[in-house]
Design a protein around this ligand. Structure first.
Ligand code: ADP
Ligand code: MG
Length: 669
C-alpha cells in the first residue's frame, strides 16, 4: 500500500465515519475521493434556515422554513387516476401544515408518520396552512440537527443515493475533524481582508452571513489562481535560467531603407511596440511575446521590422500563418517589401516550396503554413519565429517549430483581443504588447442588426452600393446545408441565388473546402474587381485584405461568436470610406438579439472579447487548441481579474522566497 499522505486533506474519504465502499463509490461519482475533494465540493446554493417559523405564525405569501413531525401522508387521485395530489401533513406544536404536490404521487410514499421533516417554500393559504411543492428534507436521528437547521445551510450538487442532506452531514464531519489541520502556508502573502484557508473552508459550507460565503469563495479562487501562476512562473524561471538568446537586435541597415520606402508612416502605437520588441530581441533571454492588436491595426509591418532585425543580425526567420491563403498573401506582401533590400523571401506550404538558396546574400525569411513544422524545413540559424493568428495553433505546434533552432525568439500575433484574465493565465508564459490604435484615415465600421424580414431591403441597399462601384462580402456559417431544417443557410446554395439576384454583376465564391489555388484565384478576382460580391464562409475571418470592399452582410449571425463577428467585420473599413456591416439575426429570444447589439454599440475589441468570455466561456473564445485550461472550481475568469492579478504577485513572491532558501533555487515543478 502507498504510504499515508502527510496532509490529511489528501486522505481518502473512507477515513470519515459511516463512509464505507458504497458511500465512497457514490462520492466518487461526484469526483470526490479525498477529504480535500469533499471540502472543495462547492455548494450549488444556500438556504437561509436561520429563522425556523412556527406554523401557527405563518403568513400568506411568505417563504418560510418550517420543522415538524409527520402526522399523515397520502395520495388522492382524480380523473380516473390521471391526476393526483400527494399530501403530507406536519405538526410543530403550534399548528399543522399541509404540504401538497400535484402529480407526484411518490412524494407521499417518501415520508412516514413520526418522521422529522424540514420544509421550505411559499405559504399558499392559512386555512389550513399549506405549501405547494415545498423543498423537503428528512432529519435523521443522531446527525446533529444543528447541522441542518437554525443556520444558513449549503445545498451541494448531489447524486443518486447521496442527498444534499447526507453530503452536508459528511462535510460537517470532515470540517469538524480535519478543519483544524488545514495548512495555510501562504497566509502571510494573502490579502488580509480575505479569510484564512481554514475559515474559508468552513464559510464556504456553513457561513454565518451570505457575504462570508462569497469571501470564502474568493479566497479559494485566489488559491486556485496562485497554483496556476506557480506553474507558469516556475516554467518561465526555469526557461530563463537555461535559455541563452541569439542577439537579434540588428543594426538598422535594412530597416532604415525599408521604413523610408513604405507609403505610410508607422503609428505611434506601432513604434512603441517595436521598441519593446527590439529590447527583447537584444536581451539575454529569448523573446516570448504575444502581440495583440485589432484587425487592421498593422501587425504585419511590425512583424516585418522584427524579421529585418533578425536578418541584419545574420539569422533566418520563420513566419507561420494559419492557412495556405494567408501564407501566400503574406509571402507576397513580404516579397514586395523585402526584395528591393535583397532579403530573400521563401514560401513553404504543403503544395509549394521555393528555395533560392544559391543566390542568397542574406539569410532568408520563410513564410509558410504548419508545413514548416514538418521534417523538410530545416533552417540553418533560426533566430526568430513569428506565428500569425496564434489561436489557430496549439502550444505543441508552437514548440515544434521553436525546436528547429536553438532558443529562437518567438513572436505570436493575434487579432483576438484576449481579456486580461486569460492573458495572465492561458498566455502567462508570454509577455504582452498591444497595438491599441488603428492607422489614421480608417473609416469606422457601422454595424446594424436586422432580422430576416428585412432581407429584401438589405439586398436593395447592397445593389445601390454596387451601382456606386463598391464591393461587398456576404458571409454564411455553412458551406453546404448538411441537415435540412437546421435553418442555417449555406454558401453554395446562396451563391447561386445571389448570382441570379445581382446579375450582371459577377458573384464570387470562397470557402474552406476549395483548394489553395481556387481560393487564391477567388480572392484575386475580388481584389481586382472582376467579382463584385464575394460569398464566403468564415474563411475570410483571418487576414484577407481588399481595401475596396466596404460592405458586409452576415447571415445567421447568431451562429458566430462576438469576437469572430468582430474579426469578420474587420475585413471592411480599410479603404477610408464609410463601411457598413449588416448582421442578420434569426434568433428568437431577446437575449440572443441583445448579444449582437454589443457589436452595434462598440468597436472596442476588448469589450467585445470580455462580453464573449462572459457569455460563452474561455474555450469558445479561443478555439479548441487553446482550451487546455485546468477546470476552475472557484475562480471565474470573466469576473475575477483582481484575483488573477494578485495571484501573479503572490506566486512571484513565493518563488522568490523558495529560491532564497538554502539548497533550493533550481528545484521545483
Ligand atoms: P493586421 O494587424 O490585421 O494584420 P495588417 O498588418 O494586415 O493588419 O494591416 C492592414 C493594412 O493597414 C495593410 O494594408 C497595411 O499595409 C496597412 N497599414 C499598416 N500600418 C499602417 C500605417 N501606419 N498607416 C497606414 N496604413 C497602415
Ligand atoms: Mg494580420
Amino acid at each position: 500500500m502507498a504510504p499515508e499522505p502527510r496532509d490529511p486533506l489528501d486522505w481518502p474519504v473512507t477515513v470519515l465515519r459511516h463512509v464505507g465502499p458504497e458511500r465512497a463509490a457514490q462520492l466518487a461519482r461526484l469526483g470526490i475521493r479525498t477529504v480535500g475533494d469533499l471540502l472543495r465540493h462547492r455548494p450549488r446554493r444556500y438556504e437561509d434556515r436561520r429563522r425556523v417559523r412556527r406554523i401557527g405564525e405563518l403568513e400568506v405569501g411568505e417563504t418560510a422554513v418550517v420543522e415538524g413531525r409527520v402526522v399523515a401522508a397520502g395520495v388522492r387521485t382524480f380523473r380516473r387516476g390521471r391526476r393526483s395530489l400527494a399530501e403530507v401533513i406536519i405538526e410543530d406544536g403550534s399548528g399543522r401544515l399541509h404540504c401538497r404536490w400535484w402529480n407526484l404521487p411518490y412524494m407521499a410514499e417518501r415520508f412516514a408518520v413520526g418522521q422529522e421533516l424540514v420544509v421550505w417554500g411559499k405559504v399558499r393559504s392559512l386555512r389550513p396552512p399549506a405549501m405547494d411543492h415545498p423543498e423537503t428534507e428528512l432529519l435523521e436521528q443522531g446527525e446533529g440537527r444543528t447541522v441542518h437547521l437554525h443556520r444558513i445551510v449549503p445545498v451541494h450538487p448531489a447524486t443518486e443515493g447521496l442527498s444534499p442532506r447526507a453530503l452536508r452531514w459528511l462535510v460537517w464531519q470532515a470540517l469538524d475533524r480535519f478543519g483544524p489541520a488545514v495548512e495555510d502556508p501562504r497566509r502571510e502573502l494573502m490579502p488580509p481582508e480575505l479569510p484564512g484557508l481554514r475559515e474559508a473552508y468552513r464559510w464556504l459550507h456553513f457561513p454565518d452571513e451570505l457575504e462570508d460565503a462569497e469571501r470564502a469563495r474568493r479566497r479559494l479562487a485566489l488559491e486556485e489562481f496562485v497554483e496556476l501562476q506557480l506553474g507558469i512562473q516556475r516554467r518561465r524561471r526555469r526557461f530563463q535560467r537555461r535559455a541563452r538568446a541569439l542577439p537579434c537586435g540588428g543594426d538598422n541597415r535594412l530597416i532604415r531603407p525599408f521604413l523610408a520606402a513604405l507609403p505610410f508612416k508607422l503609428t505611434e502605437a506601432q513604434t512603441r511596440v517595436l521598441r519593446e520588441l527590439r529590447q527583447d530581441l537584444r536581451g539575454p533571454h529569448p523573446m516570448r511575446r504575444l502581440l495583440q492588436g485589432d484587425v487592421g491595426c498593422g501587425k504585419t509591418v511590425v512583424a516585418a521590422c522584427c524579421a529585418l532585425m533578425a536578418v541584419e543580425s545574420g539569422c533566418e526567420v520563420a513566419y507561420m500563418a494559419p492557412t495556405e491563403v494567408l501564407a501566400r498573401q503574406q509571402h507576397e506582401t513580404l516579397r514586395r517589401w523585402f526584395e528591393p533590400l535583397g532579403v530573400p523571401v521563401e514560401l513553404w506550404t504543403g503544395s509549394c516550396k521555393t528555395d533560392h538558396g544559391l543566390f542568397r546574400n542574406l539569410p532568408p525569411v520563410t513564410v509558410g503554413t504548419h508545413a514548416l513544422i514538418e521534417a523538410g524545413y530545416h533552417p540553418e540559424r533560426l533566430g526568430l519565429v513569428i506565428i500569425d493568428e496564434q489561436h489557430k495553433f496549439g502550444v505543441a505546434q508552437r514548440q515544434r517549430l521553436l525546436r528547429k533552432g536553438r532558443w529562437p525568439h518567438l513572436l505570436v500575433m493575434t487579432a483576438t483581443p484576449i481579456p486580461r484574465t486569460l492573458g495572465l493565465t492561458l498566455y502567462g508564459d508570454l509577455d504582452v504588447s498591444v497595438i491599441d490604435a488603428l492607422p489614421a484615415g480608417r473609416g469606422p465600421v457601422r454595424t446594424h442588426v436586422r432580422t430576416e424580414r428585412s432581407l429584401p431591403k438589405v439586398w436593395d441597399y447592397v445593389a445601390d452600393r454596387l451601382a456606386k462601384g463598391e464591393q461587398a462580402y456576404v458571409v454564411y456559417p455553412r458551406v453546404e446545408e448538411s441537415d435540412a431544417g437546421s435553418g442555417l443557410k449555406a454558401v453554395l446554395e446562396e451563391q447561386r441565388k445571389l448570382a441570379a439576384r445581382f446579375a450582371p454583376h459577377a458573384v464570387g465564391l470562397l470557402h474552406g473546402r476549395m483548394s489553395a489555388e481556387e481560393k487564391a484565384a477567388a480572392i484575386r478576382a475580388f481584389r481586382e474587381g472582376r467579382t463584385r460580391i464575394l460569398v464566403a464562409s468564415s474563411v475570410i475571418e483571418v487576414g484577407i485584405d481588399v481595401p475596396d470592399a466596404n460592405l458586409m452582410v452576415i447571415e445567421n449571425a447568431d451562429r458566430f461568436g462576438l469576437a469572430q463577428l468582430h474579426q469578420l467585420r474587420g475585413r471592411i473599413g480599410r479603404g477610408g470610406r464609410p463601411a457598413v456591416c449588416i448582421l442578420i439575426s434569426t434568433a428568437r429570444t431577446p437575449e440572443a438579439r441583445a448579444r449582437l447589439k454589443v457589436l452595434e454599440e462598440t468597436t472596442d475589441g476588448f469589450r467585445i472579447a470580455e462580453a464573449d468570455l462572459r457569455l460563452r466561456g474561455p474555450g469558445e473564445l479561443l478555439g479548441q487548441a487553446q482550451s487546455g485550461l485546468p477546470p476552475l472550481r472557484f475562480g471565474d475568469l470573466a469576473s475575477d481579474l483582481d484575483l488573477v492579478e494578485q495571484a501573479r504577485d503572490i506566486a512571484a513572491r513565493w518563488l522568490d522566497r523558495e529560491e532564497k532558501k538554502p539548497g533550493a533555487g533550481t528545484s521545483g515543478g
